[in-house]
Design a protein around this ligand. Structure first.
Ligand SMILES: O=C(O)CCC(=O)C(=O)O
Length: 247
């Protein structure tokens, strides 16, 4: 992760990482999706999707932004067709709603070390051009005190404002964002289908999802993938490292 990327994450709460997936990876995954049933977590759709659990280009970001105990909390896919309606803006440390309490949504930077609660890595298997819709966010809102001041009509995309953005992505790009950021899904207006795979990570001690991974659902896992799919705990965890042969 470069110093500039760190600056952007701290400033805006999200980051577009260009060209993460190769042409071959994109074609292979799109073919499996074309011929498959698209149900359940994508990490179980076969080898190329399993590799995304600890993709070598993404793992350094996870370790730097969440810490070496990082675990995969849950994963799912979003498919949207022209006219699909999306979902309103949400997120922020309290979910941005009166009475909200999203304990796993947080962002901190202390002495130059960034740490987050639940974070998302979105792999884009289709482009989202300006105005296409899909992922949208309020840059910088991961540090906002006034989350509940967001007007409802902005939350539901009924009024456009300069502070809600829909980041442009090309096929193979990744969007990183912290769930402490206000974000949501704009209605999809492009002719092509939106195809996004969301892999959501938490620090090792915490969980958002109430369902944990069952290692028996996967044919073969590396030692590192087994560690990253482990249920939350503080004790008894090995650190995730970039070394392929270790956890
Ligand atoms: O990618 C998107 O459309 C936003 C997903 C979302 O709202 C979430 O991760 O909570």
């Amino acid at each position: 992760m470069t110093n500039e990327e760190k600056f952007i994450v701290d400033l805006e709460g999200y980051l577009v990482i260009k060209n993460v997936l190769t042409e071959d990876e994109i074609v292979e995954m799109n073919q499996i999706i074309d011929n498959g049933d698209r149900n359940g977590p994508p990490s179980r759709w076969g080898e190329p999707f399993k590799k995304l659990i600890d993709h070598p280009k993404i793992l350094p970001y996870l370790i730097e932004l969440i810490g070496p105990s990082v675990r995969l909390d849950h994963d799912y896919a979003i498919f949207m067709q022209n006219g699909s309606s999306g979902g309103g803006l949400h997120g922020g440390e309290d979910g941005g709603r009166p009475g909200g309490n999203e304990g796993d949504h947080w962002y901190k930077c202390r002495d130059g070390v960034i740490r987050n609660g639940l974070c998302v890595i979105t792999y884009n298997l289709a482009p989202a051009k300006p105005g296409d819709g899909g992922f949208a966010c309020i840059p910088g809102s991961h540090k906002s005190y006034f989350l509940r001041n967001l007007p409802d009509e902005v939350r539901h995309f009924q009024r456009q404002t300069h502070y809600v953005v829909q980041p442009e992505v090309e096929v193979g790009d990744v969007v990183f964002f912290t769930e402490a950021l206000i974000h949501g899904t704009m209605p999809w207006t492009a002719e092509n289908e939106r195809r996004s795979l969301l892999y959501k990570y938490s620090p090792g001690h915490s969980a958002w999802s109430g369902n944990y991974y069952n290692l028996n659902d996967y044919e073969e896992l590396t030692e590192r993938q087994k560690l990253m799919l482990a249920p939350p705990s503080i004790g008894g965890r090995s650190s995730i490292t970039l070394d392929d042969n270790k956890g």
